[in-house]
Design a protein around this ligand. Structure first.
Ligand code: NAP
Length: 319
């Protein structure tokens, strides 16, 4: 897989990253540790060199599984993790980093990200300078190689970028969720930041697997995703019907088409979540899909039939 530069750093990442929120088990159902480890190794074997996790995913479980699955190939991969919004004071960031290093069985994190902006979920609104200052100290000590942020709006991103070099923004971004385009996209493009799109298949919706009668098991957080709810869900189904012939004509799956669209956006890579090896391998293959200007235009029109009806709330879930 042809690698892309992460922001202006000397780190090179695969355009399809593997997301491992699933590996944490919490907020998902039916996740099996052995299957997850096989999925991670299959992703690696299929050319994915970059893996995204977070301290909060299963309270360290995702990081531990990832560390285990990548043992032996650590030097060949890029590991991205995140500190949660309850650990943003300077000493908390440093302790969280130590925990993540231990969980991941490594002595450096390639990309360390602020998971949610300060003040999220009722947590203390730690000043940006303190947060990014702590990240900069970790970078000087060689514990992290680069600094990224997630779920930041443009204003928050600019504030962070005034404190130190930020190489990436991780927003929700897919054919069905495009708020970032109205906000931080231009800043990222102008400043050379990578956009690492999360939920690029709209949490599975864009694979076409979840029809009108689908009900998630109790404990699967996706039932609170606004795209899975009326009135958006009906528009989503109609949009999928229009996307299907494009995927069929290319002999690819709907999910691969969705990932290819994300990767075709300026300086954007797709973090694809997977629960098993088959999904991971299929997602990796999306890096080979070519979309013409005409394909992109048609897909843009279809996408707007969903996104034009969403409000400006940047959070996908009703929490
Ligand atoms: N920064 C943040 O706040 C944030 C938030 C969300 C996610 N993320 C990151 O982004 C990653 C991806 O986001 P996401 O997991 O929410 O959404 P996603 O990647 O759009 O969707 C993942 C889900 O899609 C289904 N799927 C994946 N590959 C498939 C395939 N080849 N065929 C059929 N179905 C497939 C699976 O559903 P089933 O499980 O039902 O099989 C999987 O759990 C996460 O793992 C995490 O690393 C970050």
């Amino acid at each position: 897989m042809e690698l892309r530069r992460l922001g202006n750093s000397d780190i090179w990442i695969s355009p399809v990253l593997m997301g491992t929120w699933q590996a944490g088990k919490a907020m998902w159902t039916g996740i099996d540790d052995n299957e997850t480890q096989k999925a991670i190794r299959a992703a690696y074997d299929a050319g994915i060199n970059t893996f995204d996790t977070a301290e909060v995913y299963g309270n360290g479980h995702s990081e531990r599984i990832l560390g285990k699955a990548l043992s032996g190939v650590r030097e060949k991969v890029v590991v991205a993790t995140k500190v949660f919004s309850n650990h943003l004071k300077s000493d908390q960031v440093k302790k969280a980093c130590e925990r993540s290093l231990k969980n991941l069985q490594t002595d450096y994190i390639d990309l360390y990200q602020v998971h949610w902006p300060p003040g999220s979920f009722g947590h203390v609104a730690v000043p940006m300078q303190e947060i990014i200052g702590a990240f900069s100290d970790l970078k000087k000590q060689g514990k992290i190689r680069a600094i990224g942020v997630s779920n930041f709006n443009r204003q928050q991103l600019e504030a962070a970028a005034q404190c130190a070099e930020i190489v990436s923004l991780q927003p929700p971004y897919s054919l069905f969720w495009r708020q970032v385009e109205k906000d931080a996209s231009v800043f990222c493009r102008d400043s050379g930041l990578s956009v690492l799109a999360y939920s690029p298949m709209a949490q599975g919706l864009l694979t076409g697997r979840f029809g009108p009668d689908h009900r998630f098991e109790k404990g699967d957080h996706r039932s609170s995703n606004r795209l899975f709810q009326a009135p958006h869900f009906q528009r989503v189904q109609a949009a999928l019907d229009r996307l299907k012939p494009i995927a069929d004509a290319k002999n690819i799956t709907l999910g691969q088409l969705a990932l290819a669209w994300v990767m075709a956006q300026p300086n954007t890579c797709a973090i694809a979540g997977a629960r098993n090896a088959a999904q991971a391998v299929q997602n990796a293959a999306a890096a080979r899909v070519q979309l013409s200007a005409e394909d992109l235009q048609t897909m843009d029109d279809i996408s707007l039939s969903v996104t034009d009806h969403l409000d400006d709330n940047p959070v996908m879930w009703k929490w």
